[in-house]
Design a protein around this ligand. Structure first.
Ligand SMILES: [Zn+2]
Length: 274
């Protein structure tokens, strides 16, 4: 079922915006878990209960987020052209259509700030850790950015800690102020073996522990949706930035060109008030 494409010119300004990247989540794992009832909270948000199959705009975190922040969200995995929800104004863009929100700045984050949004980043993986110049580039797009060690990839409770922070940010924001909240969820990224009951560090990460990490995210994600929708009307985009390989055709990891890496799950939907 193709996703309904809202007119983003009616959404921007009237709705809060939530962008969640489930970092490293593979499309096939997301689709399998949705179909077998293992991620009921996420599945309930998906039109028809299914993820949209898409192609990532980059094969690792930095490349993919730079592209997404420039308005290039994952592209439907079928011949296009496919119109975009957001696009910087530039002559000759073939994917800018009537329902596309066009911004005048180089990136979507500052474009939304110019439109009156308070822009907030809750980081997860290392490219958001603000510990050095490179880890400060992506958070630096936002007016407010947060990262703590407990949000990072080695933490078995990273997503809960990230949601705690998002709730605090929202509690401190003036009620009438529009919010653009970005959350980079680190739980899927390696290491993820500790999400699989009975797994050991020695056995390491696997497709099964990747799936268990998604189940962990699903157990908590409604709290994040409720925190945002409690402010008023909101539009959410949930997707992966790239997948990862677990020995597929001999490949391991990402930042490489393989179907397991370039195929990602994507969805968007309006958040109803809790
Ligand atoms: Zn990533």
């Amino acid at each position: 079922m193709p996703l309904t494409e809202p007119d983003m010119n009616e959404v921007v300004g009237s709705h809060d915006l939530l962008l969640i990247t489930l970092d490293t989540l593979r499309y096939d794992v997301a689709a399998e878990l949705a179909a077998t009832g293992r991620t009921p909270r996420l599945a309930s948000r998906l039109p028809g209960g299914v993820w949209d199959e898409r192609h990532a705009p980059g094969n690792f975190t930095y490349a993919s987020h730079q592209a997404m922040f420039a308005g290039f969200l994952p592209t439907p995995a079928a011949p296009g052209p496919h119109r975009r929800l957001f696009a910087a104004r530039f002559a000759g863009s073939e994917t800018t259509a009537a329902g596309t929100y066009v911004f005048e700045t180089p990136d979507l984050v500052s474009g939304l700030a110019a439109a009156g949004y308070h822009t907030v980043c809750v980081g997860g993986v290392g490219f958001f850790d603000k510990r050095g110049p490179l880890g400060s580039v992506l958070p630096g797009y936002f007016q407010e950015s947060h990262w703590e060690p407990e949000f990072g990839v080695p933490s078995p409770t990273s997503f809960e800690a990230q949601i705690d922070r998002a709730e605090q940010v929202i509690a401190g924001l003036a009620p009438g102020r529009r919010l653009f909240l970005f959350v980079n969820v680190s739980a899927l990224h390696q290491p993820n073996w500790f999400h699989l009951p009975g797994a050991t560090r020695e056995a390491g990460d696997s497709r099964a522990s990747h799936a268990a990490a998604l189940e962990y995210v699903d157990r908590h994600i409604d709290r994040l949706f409720d925190a945002v929708s409690g402010r008023g009307p909101a539009f959410a985009i949930v997707c992966s930035d790239h997948g990862t390989a677990y020995g597929d055709d001999g490949y391991t990891g990402h930042r490489l060109g393989h179907q397991a890496v370039w195929t990602v799950p994507y969805t968007h939907f309006f958040l109803e008030a809790p």
